[in-house]
Design a protein around this ligand. Structure first.
Ligand code: CO8
Length: 258
C-alpha cells in the first residue's frame, strides 16, 4: 500500500498524502512513495500537480518524530538528505506544482508546501517550523526556503521562536497565495491548475526553469537564463500556433505540448 494516492483528472494530477491517522507525518516510506508518484507522472498529459493531505486536519504535521527519535547523526543525515532530495525534485519538477494546504503544515509539512511553486490554504491551515522545540533544526529545506519566501528577518523569527502561523498571517507574510474556506480549497486549486493547463505547456515549464534558476543568480546571469528559455520556445510548434492564433484573432487556442 502506498502512502501517496495519485488522482488524474484531465491535465491535473492530485497527489494525496495518505497517512491521516498520524496527520500525514513523513517517514522514509512516505518520501519513497512521493518519489515513486513523481516517477509515474505522465509528462505528456499532465500539466499541473496538486499536493494535498488526506483527512480534514493536516496537510502534513511534519517528519515522523517517532521514526527520528533514536536516530544517530549518520541516520539523521541520510533522512535529511533523502527528504531534501525528494523536495528539491518537487521544486525543480518540470511541471507547475500547487500545495493545497488543508490543515497543519508543520516542520516537514511546511517544507513540502514551500517546495511547491504556489501555496493555497484553507482557513484552518496552520504553518510552522517547530523543530527547535524538539532540539533539532528544520531538515527538509526549511532554513533555506522560508527566508527566500518571507525574507530573512521574518524567517528567523518564525524558526527561532517556533511560533505557528495561522492562515491569515501566512497570507499577510507571503507564505501563501490565497486562503479559502475548507470546502473551496481543492476546487480553487483545481481551477488555478486548469487555468495554467490551458497555456502553452512548454512555455510554462520554461518560465519555471528560468525563475528557479534565476533566483539564485546575479541579475546578469539570471537574464541569460531567461534569454535561453525564451529563445528555446521558438523551436516549438506551440509558439507558432499561439502567435498565429493571436494574429488571426482566433480565440481559445489549443496548445499541443510540442
Ligand atoms: N510525527 C509522528 N507522529 C505525529 C506527528 C509527527 N510529526 N504529528 C502528529 N503525530 C501523531 C500523534 O502522535 C498522534 O498519534 P497517536 O494517535 O498514535 O497518539 C496522531 O498523530 C494525532 O496527533 P495528535 O493527537 O497530537 O493531534 P492534536 O490535534 O492533538 O495535535 C498537532 C496536532 C498540533 C499537529 C500535534 O500532533 C503536533 O504538534 N505534532 C507534531 C508537529 C511537529 O513538531 N512537527 C515537526 C516535526 S520535526 C520535522 O518535521 C523536521 C523535518 C526534517 C527532519 C529531518 C531530520 C532528520
Amino acid at each position: 500500500m502506498s502512502y501517496v494516492t495519485s488522482l488524474q483528472e484531465g491535465p491535473l494530477l492530485t497527489l494525496i498524502l495518505n497517512r491521516s491517522e498520524l496527520l500525514n507525518a513523513l517517514n522514509a516510506q512516505v518520501l519513497d512513495d512521493l518519489s515513486a508518484a513523481l516517477d509515474a507522472v505522465d509528462l505528456d498529459t499532465v500539466r499541473c500537480l496538486i499536493f494535498t493531505g488526506a483527512g480534514e486536519k493536516a496537510f502534513a504535521a511534519g517528519a515522523d518524530i517517532a521514526a527520528m527519535a533514536d536516530m544517530t547523526p549518520e541516520e539523521a543525515a541520510a533522512f535529511s538528505r533523502r527528504g531534501n532530495e525528494v523536495f528539491r525534485r518537487i521544486e525543480t519538477f518540470p511541471l507547475p506544482t500547487i500545495a493545497a494546504v488543508n490543515g497543519y503544515a508543520l516542520g516537514g509539512g511546511c517544507e513540502l508546501a514551500m517546495a511547491c511553486d504556489m501555496r493555497l490554504c484553507s482557513e484552518t491551515a496552520v504553518f510552522g517550523q517547530p523543530e527547535v522545540t524538539l532540539g533539532i533544526t528544520p531538515g527538509f529545506g526549511g532554513t533555506q526556503r522560508l527566508m527566500r519566501l518571507v525574507g530573512m528577518g521574518k524567517a528567523k523569527e518564525l524558526i527561532f521562536s517556533a511560533r505557528n502561523v495561522k492562515a491569515p498571517k501566512a497570507l499577510e507574510i507571503g507564505l501563501v497565495n490565497a486562503v479559502y474556506p475548507p470546502e473551496e480549497l481543492l476546487p480553487a486549486a483545481k481551477k488555478l491548475g486548469a487555468r495554467i493547463a490551458k497555456n502553452a505547456p512548454i512555455a510554462v515549464r520554461a518560465c519555471k526553469a528560468a525563475m528557479n534558476e534565476g533566483i539564485d543568480l546575479p541579475m546578469d546571469e539570471a537574464v541569460d537564463a531567461e534569454i535561453r528559455e525564451f529563445s528555446g520556445c521558438f523551436e516549438t510548434e506551440d509558439q507558432k500556433r499561439g502567435m498565429a492564433a493571436f494574429l488571426s484573432k482566433q480565440k481559445n487556442v489549443e496548445f499541443e505540448n510540442r
